[in-house]
Design a protein around this ligand. Structure first.
Ligand SMILES: [Zn+2]
Length: 245
C-alpha cells in the first residue's frame, strides 16, 4: 500500500500535466467523467495517501487503497478506474483505486497541517491531537490519518522500532519527551522513506517491517496484528519498551 512519500513521487512524476487540458476521460469509476472534458488541471497535490487533481472549482481525489497503481503515458491490460487523456497522446491512468470528486476549494477540504509531508505540517497540533486520546495504542495512533496523514504501516513499524517504543504502549503511558520523539520521527522517517524510495533502496533500509530478527538484540521479532487497526506489527519485546500508565 502506497504511503505518503510514494504519493509525493507520483506528484513529481506528473508535474508536466499541470495546465494541460483533458481531451477525453474514461474508466469504470462511476463518477461523471463528461464534466472533466475540456477542463485544465490547475494543480496536482497530495494529502497523506490522497492524490489530488485540482480543476477550477472542484478536484478529483484518487486513493490508491491497498492495490492501486498508476501509469503515466502508458496503459496495461486492465480497465482503469479513471483515465485522463491529453493532447499528444499523453495520459494519466489509475487502476484499482477509489476515485471521488471534492467540490469547492481544495484548501478548505483538508487540514493540511496534519500531512507529515506538507510544508504546513504542525507537530504541536499533532501532539495535541494524539494527547486528546490518552488510552489509544501507539500502533493505532501513528496510523490515524487525522493526526499523521500519510503514515502507513511501514512507517509505523519503523518509527516505533527507531524510538524503541512497543506498539502496545498507550499515549498516556509515554513520557512527554518520548511522545514528542514519536511525532518528530513520523515526519523525519517519512522524508527518509521518500529519498530511499526515489533511489529504489527503500526495502533494504527496513529494520523491522517484515523482518524476522531484531538487528539490535539479534533475537526474533514478534509479529502480530495489533490494535483497533489490526495491522501487521513487527517489534522486539526486548528493546521496544511497553509504556503503560
Ligand atoms: Zn531488540
Amino acid at each position: 500500500m502506497p504511503e505518503g512519500p510514494s504519493l509525493i513521487i507520483l506528484k513529481e512524476l506528473t508535474t508536466d500535466f499541470i495546465h494541460k487540458k483533458v481531451v477525453a476521460a474514461g474508466g469504470n469509476s462511476k463518477i461523471d467523467k463528461v464534466r472533466l472534458v475540456g477542463q485544465s488541471i490547475k494543480s496536482l497535490r497530495t494529502w497523506g495517501k490522497h492524490f489530488l487533481i485540482e480543476f477550477s472549482g472542484f478536484s478529483i481525489k484518487i486513493h490508491l487503497l491497498m492495490f492501486g497503481t498508476y501509469l503515466i503515458n502508458d496503459t496495461k491490460d486492465a480497465t482503469p478506474r479513471l483515465s485522463l487523456e491529453f493532447s499528444h497522446k499523453q495520459s494519466l491512468n489509475f487502476y484499482a483505486c477509489s476515485v471521488k470528486y471534492i467540490e469547492g476549494e481544495l484548501d478548505d477540504a483538508y487540514d493540511w497541517s496534519s500531512d507529515v509531508m506538507s510544508d504546513q505540517w504542525n507537530p504541536a497540533a499533532a501532539l495535541k491531537k494524539i494527547r486528546s486520546q490518552p488510552e489509544m495504542l501507539l500502533c493505532d495512533g501513528l496510523l490515524d490519518q487525522e493526526i499523521f496523514s500519510g503514515v502507513g504501516n511501514i512507517i509505523k513499524n519503523e518509527v516505533l522500532y527507531r524510538v524503541r517504543v512497543h506498539p502496545l504502549s498507550t499515549v498516556e503511558g509515554l513520557p512527554a519527551a518520548k511522545l514528542r520523539e514519536v511525532v518528530a520521527q513520523a515526519r523525519r522517517y517519512s522524508f527518509e522513506f521518500l529519498e530511499w524510495e526515489k533511489a529504489f533502496v527503500l526495502k533494504q533500509h527496513w529494520l523491522a517491517h517484515t523482518k524476522s530478527t531484531c538487528p539490535r538484540c539479534h533475537i526474533p521479532f514478534k509479529k502480530a496484528y495489533l490494535g483497533k487497526t489490526h495491522r501487521r506489527s513487527f517489534y522486539c519485546e526486548n528493546c521496544q519498551k511497553k509504556y503503560l500508565k
